[in-house]
Design a protein around this ligand. Structure first.
Ligand SMILES: [Zn+2]
Length: 245
């Protein structure tokens, strides 16, 4: 992994104006993970993608994450601080297809872990049922045993749910939950933490801030945007202070 330059980050932000969270995740990997081809990045299991995005987050904005959530019991705003390391789990055993057993009727299901290309494909689905069916169709490699249809979309509902749970268990990094406790009422809860979405929000705030700085310096010194972006953060800050009214 490499740390993208401010100019590259702004390009990523610019290209990610409309795309979905899945597409934005791929844009973020694209500017930092040269060790993978574009196809390989799209085929990374989501947990591996999220581990890389956590590493990128630490490089760009530091190891500490301050999260704010609203208490579901009393609606108080609750702040909690995490470190990227707290959110990093051990990698699953194998990137190769995982063998799990669905108990229903002795059916055995072999599947692969969902990746970004699956998320992009699911965006076309109208509802949750259609999305689950398509995800199973894409990720289930083989079903053995049991009786009846081999069409994964026609598997009993509880088997479909069991496969979805097995996928989540097999790739826990893709299914992160934070631990919050409300200081006002004592309520505890575990909101999901979506690294890709969180990092994109941070990038968006960073980009708006950076463009404001560019605007200020370009106005004051008539420098080009590329030259301002190429300044070190410290030097840029020093010039900003010099030209402050
Ligand atoms: Zn509360």
């Amino acid at each position: 992994m490499r740390t993208p330059t401010p100019a590259q980050l702004l390009q990523v932000w610019e290209r990610g104006g409309d795309p979905s969270a899945a597409a934005r995740g791929l844009l973020l990997l694209g500017c930092s993970c040269d060790e993978y081809s574009a196809e390989a990045r799209a085929a990374l299991p989501l947990g591996r993608r999220d581990a890389l995005l956590l590493e990128l987050r630490e490089r760009l904005f530091g190891a500490e994450i301050a999260a704010v959530a609203s208490c579901p019991a009393c609606a108080a705003a609750v702040e909690a601080t995490f470190r990227c390391d707290d959110l990093r789990l051990a990698e699953p055993d194998a990137a190769a297809p995982v063998l799990e057993h669905a108990s229903h009727g002795g059916i055995r299901v072999r599947f692969r872990l969902p990746d970004s290309s699956d998320l992009l494909a699911l965006e076309q689905c109208g509802d949750a049922q259609a999305a689950r069916g398509l995800l199973l169709e894409r990720c289930v490699l083989a079903t053995e045993g049991g009786t009846g249809s081999r069409d994964v979309r026609e598997l009993p509902y509880d088997v479909q749910m069991e496969i979805a749970q097995a996928m989540a268990r097999a790739d826990p990094q893709a299914d992160l939950q934070l631990a919050f406790r409300c200081p006002d009422c004592g309520h505890g809860w575990q909101p999901a933490f979506d690294v890709a979405r969180f990092l994109w929000q941070e990038l968006h705030a960073w980009a708006l801030h950076m463009l404001r700085d560019v605007d200020t310096l370009a106005y004051a010194y008539h420098w080009r945007e590329a030259d301002i972006l190429a300044l070190s953060p410290r030097r840029r800050q020093a010039y900003l202070e010099l030209c402050a009214p």
